[in-house]
Write a protein that binds this ligand. Structure first.
Ligand code: MOS
Length: 694
């Protein structure tokens, strides 16, 4: 059929948009069922120790309460790969907020009242939840997250630094951050004999099915996990969470359909957080701006439950040409909740620090910060020496500078003033790796001229259905309205989760293959189709990054204009502008929404978001959306997203790079650099709240 793409690249509207805005879309906690019961967890109130007793008498006497699960009576699980899922298996309390009991009742209100009536006693032990750069238990792990080496070194960065003409030796701190998706982590579970059906809010139903199959020792073919609509996740739903396990246990114990939607105030302790990162950066350059030495060292924390090492020094391996380079991660295991994935793990905090330090260096050199980045553009990926499959960072910087009106900017800090407001502008670069995983899909041509495409993708709010239908339409040479697409169930062909900005690449690859095969078979077929139609299936590998001869990354440039109120200390972001080089943009409407969403989250990271670890209680103090400030509409000024066209043949059949995460990556640094330009003061700890700025 036609090899000409017409539908990919069009701003198709979201297929499920009407369902969502009319309230017809059902989420995991909204599944109907006449026998439905509701669960409410009981979190530990000590930071470290063990449960010595759970008295459920008062709870069980309350109206509607059906059961109280504890480590004494909860179903035994097989050992999970992820130790945060071993809930109610033993009396140990590894951190405050760890679940120690679960109440099941007729209504959510009954369950909540029951949970409040459970009396738990503990034997406590001293705890340590305070991260410091000089913590005596800090160590260099074998690997940082995602399999990256914890340390890389080339040349002699210390000597090169000591002998350099221009130097910056600086430190930054990014606090713990929480994802806080609008829909909390939720599961509805039902057993029919030894068959398990689960509706879940996660970012990938196949992995949830496999996890439940292993934990409850049920064959995978007897487990169905449905994630039809998901109200955001930002990484916190990238792995199954305790709600999945607890609801399934409760359903087994009570024989009822059980819904557990984690209460908002429980989320910070049990669904992960971006670990705090302490950064030390040393940059050295020639007077012309060319970097001679880059050192980026990161210290972060993990829990005592599992090792999770935010890979924040990895972007320095990709960004700039420097003959001497060291990147290093150190980690301390503390009595804190387990950290986990949050939008652009590694790149978001790492590029905040690196791009802030680059701005400091531009100041030392008396050089324009856009030009400083351009003179340090590498020929090949600095760390690996591999050629870039495509890299248009310079184009992003130039296009962004033009659109933003960078030319003519007075580089002098504190040079812009409007009454009580100081006005400044800043720039930062962004990068995010291109990834793809194995995926399967099938496509069926039906006698009535429709096509049915099936893949267990998850639409976490991105518009995945829409863009996959576009990919199918072009591969089939069929109009978009002839494509039916089914996603969001583990009974569909297996597919990876929506994460790592790799969903569209992975799922789309298998959809493209299945549809291309089907088109070929249809082309060789004459006469009417049989009643069941004709099917083709594809199983794609996503080509593991390790074996690629190419360094594959998306790039971008962020520009920000801020005002700083000298009376109140309040920072407002008037304008944010991003220009991206992210391969082929498959749907400009949904892509813009991803970029703008990422930038908005970066604005929150810069100005308002941050979780405080209370050293005495051993818990995060911000446990709701009244205290953890995600940007509201009034916080967000003009946000623009643009892109440069890239035609990169080394990616996937669509030519796409990921777009879900890069928007957050350089935004906080661009804002911080603008605040420095406005005020002449370099703040090195986020968020930039008025109390810090005044
Ligand atoms: Mo994203 S943090 O890879 O879900």
């Amino acid at each position: 059929m036609s090899g000409i793409r017409t539908v990919v690249g069009a701003p198709a509207e979201r297929r499920e948009g009407r369902e969502k805005v009319t309230g017809a879309a059902r989420y995991a906690a909204e599944q109907p069922g006449t026998d439905r019961a509701f669960a409410w967890p009981v979190p530990a109130t000590v930071a470290r120790g063990r449960v010595t007793g759970v008295d459920a008498t008062a709870a069980l006497a309350l109206p509607g309460v059906l059961a109280v699960l504890t480590h004494d009576n909860a179903p035994r699980l097989a050992e999970p790969d992820d130790p945060t899922l071993a809930v109610l298996q033993n009396p140990e309390v590894p951190h405050r907020g760890w679940f120690v009991a679960l109440v099941v009742a007729e209504t959510p209100e009954d369950a909540r009242a029951g949970a409040a009536a459970v009396r738990v006693t503990y034997a406590t032990e001293p705890h340590d939840v305070t991260l410091t750069a000089a913590h005596p238990e800090a160590y260099v792990p074998e690997e940082a997250n995602a399999g990256y080496p914890a340390r890389t070194e080339r040349g002699d960065p210390d000597r090169a630094f000591d002998s350099a003409a221009v130097r910056v030796d600086t430190a930054y701190r990014v606090p713990p951050l929480h994802n806080h998706p609008m829909e909390p982590h939720a599961t509805t579970a039902r057993w029919d004999g030894d068959r398990l059906t689960v509706h879940n809010s996660g970012q990938g139903a196949t992995v949830v099915r496999d996890t439940l199959s292993a934990l409850f020792e049920v064959p995978a073919e007897r487990v169905t996990v449905v994630s039809e609509h998901v109200g955001g996740g930002f990484g916190s739903k990238g792995t199954p969470r305790p709600d999945v396990v607890l609801a399934t246990m409760a359903a087994r114990l009570t024989g009822r359909t059980v819904t557990l939607a984690l209460p908002r105030r429980h989320l910070p302790a049990v669904v992960g957080h971006r670990a705090p990162t302490l950064h030390r950066l040393r940059l050295a350059a020639e007077p012309d701006g060319r970097l001679t030495s880059v050192t980026h060292e990161v210290t972060t924390h993990t829990s005592r439950v599992k090792e999770f090492v935010e890979q924040a020094a990895t972007p320095a391996r990709v960004m700039y040409a420097a003959p001497h380079l060291r990147t290093l991660h150190r980690v301390v295991a503390l009595d804190v909740p387990s950290p986990s994935w949050m939008r652009a793990p590694g790149e978001a905090p790492g590029m905040y620090a690196l791009e802030s330090a680059m701005d400091e260096l531009a100041g030392e050199l008396g050089m324009d910060p856009v030009e400083l980045r351009i003179v340090n553009e590498p020929d090949t990926e600095p760390d690996s020496g591999k050629p870039f499959s495509s890299r248009h960072l310079v184009e992003c910087l130039r296009e962004g500078a033009y659109r933003f009106g960078w030319a003519g900017r007075d580089p002098l800090p504190r040079s812009g003033r409007e009454g009580p407001l100081l006005v400044g502008s800043g720039v930062a670069a962004a990068t995010y790796p291109v990834q793809a995983s194995p995926s399967t899909a099938d496509a069926r041509a039906l006698p009535d001229g429709l096509f049915l495409v099936r893949v267990n993708a998850t639409d976490i709010g991105t518009g995945a259905r829409t863009v996959l239908a576009q990919i199918a339409a072009d591969a089939l040479g069929a109009p978009l309205d002839r494509i039916r697409i089914e996603v969001g169930s583990s009974d569909l062909p297996s597919a990876p989760l929506a994460g790592g900005s790799s969903g569209t690449a992975s799922w789309g690859w298998s959809v493209h293959e299945a549809c291309t095969r089907l088109a070929e078979r249809l082309a060789g077929h004459s006469g009417p189709l049989p009643g069941e139609g004709m099917v083709a299936r594809a199983d794609t590998t996503g080509r593991a990054d390790a074996v690629s001869p190419w360094a594959r990354h998306a790039f971008g440039a962020h520009f920000a204009e801020v005002t700083v109120d000298t009376v109140t200390g309040e920072i407002r972001v008037r304008r944010l502008l991003g220009v991206y080089a992210a391969g082929r943009i498959l749907n400009p409407r949904t892509a813009r929404s991803q970029f703008v969403g990422g930038m908005t989250m970066g604005l929150g990271m810069a100005l308002t978001e941050g979780s405080t670890m209370d050293a005495a209680f051993g818990d995060f103090t911000e446990c709701d959306l009244a205290s953890y400030h995600v940007p509201a509409h009034a916080d967000v000024g003009a946000v623009e997203a643009h892109w440069v066209d890239e035609n990169d043949p080394h990616l996937n059949p669509m030519g796409s790079k990921g777009i879900g995460e890069i928007g957050i990556v350089g935004t906080a640094a661009a804002i911080g650099n603008a605040v420095h330009h406005a005020t002449g003061v370099r703040f090195r700890e986020l968020p930039l709240t008025p109390d810090r700025v005044l």
